[in-house]
Design a protein around this ligand. Structure first.
Ligand code: PEP
Length: 250
């Protein structure tokens, strides 16, 4: 979108140990040498790697992020991680509402919205994920689902400086399947329109990323679609060469 700096964000999911930090070094180095300075880059890593990742990337333009956070700042929530903890470990962003968290951990729109607000409270940028399931697409409910998720998951005072939206069709995540460019264009235009109804002029500059089986071979087509302001990349972000090739597609 005109005037928006694209963001290429990786999501390592539950992958990576200290042995994987070398890929991160290569990603950082790749962005240092030659990649388009107008493209912003971020890798969201497991919390166990975050402090290492932030340190490795600190000398590069690439930033480190968390993959999820708890809505509360601290307390009796064994095993959970707060946005403040992610910030303390060096994160700049946190993903909230990823479909895997919606499906496997029961995050509903209200929880996702609370997590986005928690991210802001800690000084992080929230990457709010939305997207329809295969069954929802098959019955033609995609745009209704996206409306409901924008309304429910995005706090009403979201701005381009504290929020990124990621459109991730659930059926495209980790499957190798992708929507057509026309389907992506329709979804992103609809999200932009719904954000505008909700947020007014602030919506014009909010980045809307596409996510779901983005790889070097389809990145040029998907990232070239109108209203696509970058990508959220799962599997292909684990390999520096693939992630850098995707970033180069912009
Ligand atoms: C994701 O995890 O957000 C994602 C889009 O995964 P993948 O790129 O592997 O489909």
């Amino acid at each position: 979108t005109l005037g928006i700096r694209p963001l290429i964000a990786g999501n390592w999911k539950m992958n990576g140990t200290s042995a994987s930090l070398n890929e991160l070094r290569m990603i950082g180095n790749g962005f240092m040498s030659g990649l388009d300075a107008d493209t912003e880059a971020l890798v969201c890593v497991p919390a166990t790697l975050l402090a290492h990742a932030a340190e490795i990337l600190s000398r590069t333009p690439v930033r480190a992020g968390g993959e999820d956070c708890h809505p509360k700042e601290s307390g009796a929530y064994t095993g959970c991680i707060s946005a403040e903890m992610l910030k303390d470990a060096g994160a700049s962003h946190v993903i909230v509402g990823h479909s895997e968290c919606r499906e496997q951990c029961g995050d509903d729109d209200a929880t996702v919205q609370a997590k986005a607000s928690a991210a802001w409270r800690a000084g992080l940028i929230a990457i709010v994920c939305i997207g329809e399931t295969k069954a929802e697409r098959e019955v033609g409910a995609t745009l209704d689902i996206l409306s409901r998720q924008v309304d429910g998951s995005v706090p009403s005072n979201a701005t381009a400086s504290n929020t990124v939206i990621a459109y991730e069709p659930v059926w495209a995540i980790g499957t190798g399947l992708t929507p057509t460019a026309a389907d992506v264009a329709e979804a992103h235009a609809h999200i932009r329109e719904r954000l505008t109804e909700k947020l007014g002029t602030a919506a014009a500059k909010i980045r809307i990323l596409y996510g779901g089986s983005v790889k070097p071979s389809n990145a040029v087509e998907l990232l070239g679609v109108k209203n696509v302001d970058g990508a959220l990349v799962g599997g292909a972000s684990l390999k520096a060469a693939d992630f850098l090739a995707i970033a180069e597609a912009y």
